[in-house]
Design a protein around this ligand. Structure first.
Ligand code: MG
Length: 262
């Protein structure tokens, strides 16, 4: 009880989406309930998702379908965070991407131009549910010639509503196997890049914020990297906690987000 109370005294909450609020397009009841309770308490909330196919606009529509009214500035998706990272580091770029329209929307919104693989100065790798041989061929050629190469997120697999589905790692792994090249930067969790952006958006120092997620290596690791308190929920891919090394363990483990209030 004491740990819950200490966590609830924090100013800001950085919440993972898949496995905390929903599984695919289906809401997790306790997750949605938990978000409402946090907002009612007047907490600052930012959602941070490693999803590489949806834009912020698409995620807002999904939240609305769960009965949660959130604004664009409460959401950081790996798509948006990647577009914003590239702009901050290099300005507006000519980009070739393996990604879907959600990523293209965020890249173009940030001023980057989508071009063919032969003309790109940057390769942005992200999931694509219509991935095929032709797109992999272009990605391969781009990867072999381009100077800058980033990936939206490092996820090998994602929790779909009926079981695991391939993540961006499917393409990162294939390109590595073919070329020996790994991305220069990976933006999504557990990278500090996306977490710093979340803290900035919250207007909180790390010690004022709590990170909540369903994966130890992704969410808990990301929270610890920037110095936040961490909560692991068992409503997503992690069903049992078995952390051998104490420094990797979350501060609290609960069944779902609403359990913080019980
Ligand atoms: Mg998750």
């Amino acid at each position: 009880m004491q740990e819950e109370q200490e966590l609830l005294s924090k100013k800001g909450f950085i919440l993972d989406v898949d496995g905390v609020i929903c599984r695919g397009s289906r809401p997790i009841e306790g997750g949605v309930e938990g978000v409402r309770a946090l907002l009612e308490m007047g907490k600052r909330v930012v959602f941070v998702s490693n999803n590489s196919t949806r834009s912020r606009r698409m995620l807002i529509n999904r939240f609305r379908s769960f009965g949660l009214d959130v604004s664009e500035d409460m959401i950081i998706v790996a798509t948006y965070a990647t577009a914003s990272y590239l702009k901050r580091e290099f300005g507006e770029l000519d980009v070739f991407t393996t990604g879907e329209e959600g990523l293209v929307e965020e890249l173009e919104g940030m001023g980057h131009r989508i071009v063919d693989y032969g003309k790109a100065e940057c390769l942005v790798v992200a999931s694509n549910r219509n991935l095929n041989y032709d797109l992999m061929t272009k990605a391969l050629r781009c990867c072999m010639r381009v100077e800058k190469y980033v990936a939206t997120n490092p996820d090998r697999i994602f929790p779909g509503w009926d079981g695991p589905i391939p993540g961006t790692g499917m393409i990162v792994g294939a390109l590595y196997w073919m070329t020996g090249r790994m991305p220069d930067a990976v933006v999504g969790k557990p990278s500090e890049i996306i977490m710093r952006e979340a803290l900035e958006k919250l207007g909180c120092k790390p010690e004022e914020a709590v990170v909540v997620g369903d994966q130890i290596d992704v969410d808990v690791a990301a929270g610890k990297k920037v110095g936040c308190k961490t909560v692991l929920v068992l409503s997503g891919v992690t069903k049992k906690v078995n952390v051998a090394e104490k420094e990797k363990a979350p501060d609290l483990v609960v069944d779902d987000l609403s359990c913080l209030f019980k």
